[in-house]
Design a binder for this molecule. Structure first.
Ligand code: ZN
Length: 306
């Protein structure tokens, strides 16, 4: 059985694992994200040791962004303009490839988590779907026709513009670029700033939640109309509020107002907008799934031509 390495490279921590599937993770290590040299050095040391025990076929990386996901670009696999100190223009995939001599694929954290859900989780069998995470920020990825979503760069669904009723909600939003984009109105810090207390301290019947569901539903309606996804997987810290998803299930059909004649977005909406099945494991498992795709020649990698 082919063995793969996966890296979930987050802004605060790195998780590295070796395995073939969720029930076959052979080794795993996690550590804080510090400087690129130290952090990538620890990841490389882990995989070098694992590779010596049993050869790995490829490595997949889910990386905080923004990143360059274009295989023909000279900066493919680099973190680009991140404000994270020391990390701007770091060649993450190249460093891992050069140290280990293995093909290395890399994509955004949300695209890789989407891939994990498609391979083993809530989007199995689908080729066109959206994965959204609502937490400290709002990020979105997914697939269209079996390919991870890229284009000019990669989707930034958190920054969709949504209608903002200033009378009903005078909060200006917290996005440093747009103020009241979707993320600016609906991410965890926006809830905290608007209501002057953290979301998890607000009771389930607090007016924060219908408002939150409304904004998220507006974003999802835009995504539904734009991508025509077969399903939407939505997770993240804010979505752990159990009252939110049922409210979104009511709000989305209301906003669509019967325009889409599909049972999925009407009577079967609770099977259409679903929580992730892999939860916090989606990133590192998705990275293993990305390595598998690289090995199968279905995703580009540093060190391989597509
Ligand atoms: Zn924004």
């Amino acid at each position: 059985m082919s063995l793969y390495g996966g890296i979930e490279g987050g802004g605060t921590k790195f998780v590295c694992a070796v395995g073939t599937a969720p029930d076959d993770v052979r080794a795993e290590v996690r550590f804080n994200t510090t400087t690129p040299e130290e952090t990538l050095g620890r990841a490389i040391a882990f995989f070098r040791e694992q590779h010596a025990q049993e050869p790995l076929n490829a490595i997949g990386i889910a990386c905080f962004g923004p990143i360059d996901p274009h295989p023909t670009s000279p900066t493919f696999g680099h973190v680009t303009t991140t404000p994270k100190p020391g990390w701007a223009h770091t060649d993450v995939a190249g460093a891992v490839h050069q140290a280990l001599g293995l093909p290395v694929g890399m994509d955004t954290d949300v695209n890789v988590a989407a891939l994990g859900e498609q391979r083993w989780g809530a989007a199995q069998g689908l080729d066109t779907f959206i994965y959204l995470t609502v937490g400290t920020g709002i990020g979105g990825g997914g697939m269209a026709n079996g390919e991870l979503l890229h284009g000019l760069m990669h989707p930034e669904m958190g920054h969709l513009r949504v209608p903002h009723d200033w009378l009903a909600d005078p909060y200006p939003g917290c996005c440093p670029y747009h103020g009241d984009c979707l993320e600016g109105l609906a991410c965890g810090p926006a809830i905290e700033e608007r209501w002057q207390t953290r979301g998890e301290h607000l009771p389930p019947d607090h007016p924060a939640w219908p408002l939150e569901a409304h904004y998220l539903a507006l974003g999802l309606v835009n995504a539904i109309l734009l991508f025509s996804p077969q399903r939407i997987v939505i997770g993240g810290g804010v979505m752990s509020q159990a009252q939110l998803l049922p409210r979104i299930h009511v709000e989305v059909p209301k906003l669509l107002n019967g325009y889409l004649q599909a049972s999925a977005v009407n009577e079967e909406i609770s099977d259409y907008i679903v929580p992730p099945a892999l939860d916090a494991r989606a990133g590192v498992l998705g990275a293993i799934a990305l390595a598998e795709r690289v090995h199968q020649g279905r995703s580009p990698a540093v060190g391989m031509c597509r």
